[in-house]
Write a protein that binds this ligand. Structure first.
Ligand code: FES
Ligand code: FES
Length: 162
């Protein structure tokens, strides 16, 4: 089948089998290798992209289901320099191997768009479905909280309300 999507602002088309996942379509057919494929069963969150503005695990979506959609991958989050969220991840050492990072950035982007001043509990809830084998999560939470504050020095996020 011929699939056409808008990815990171560009219209892209490619042929693929009806059973091809969106993750494989993006990664192997369109060359967007920032789409990381871990578990391939919806458990780890590493393949998360923004699909028509909402986070989606691209390993659990067929490419044909995304035909005509608008998709943002990690490649589309920066232009000539890192986005503020990416810069905050860099500044606060929120990645080590980086495998989980594209998915983390996708869910954090959605969170900060919908809730610009999240509490620590809200940040932890937002990333609860994204597994990180390296960081222990603390630096990721700190980076997202700092980005929410406009990239300040990274003091701990506000505690959840009692
Ligand atoms: S690879 Fe998609 S959720 Fe793990
Ligand atoms: S930085 Fe390695 S899995 Fe998260």
């Amino acid at each position: 089948m011929r699939i056409t999507v808008t990815v990171n602002g560009r219209t892209r088309s490619a042929d693929c089998e009806p059973r091809r996942t969106l993750a494989d379509f993006l990664r192997y057919d369109l060359g967007l290798t920032g789409v990381h494929v871990g578990c391939e069963q919806g458990a780890c969150g590493s393949c998360t992209v923004l699909l028509d503005g909402a986070t989606a695990r691209s390993c659990c979506v067929l490419a044909v289901q995304a035909d005509g959609s608008d998709i943002t991958t990690v490649e589309g989050m920066a232009t000539t320099s890192l986005s503020p969220l990416q810069e905050s991840f860099r500044r606060h050492h929120a990645l080590q191997c980086g495998f989980c990072t594209p998915g983390m950035l996708a869910v954090a982007t959605e969170l900060l768009r919908d809730n610009p001043e999240p509490t620590e509990a809200e940040i932890r809830t937002a990333i609860a479905g994204n597994l990180c084998r390296c960081t222990g999560y603390h630096a990721i939470v700190t980076a997202i909280a700092a980005a929410a504050r406009g990239g300040d020095g990274g003091s701990p996020p506000s505690p959840p309300e009692a």
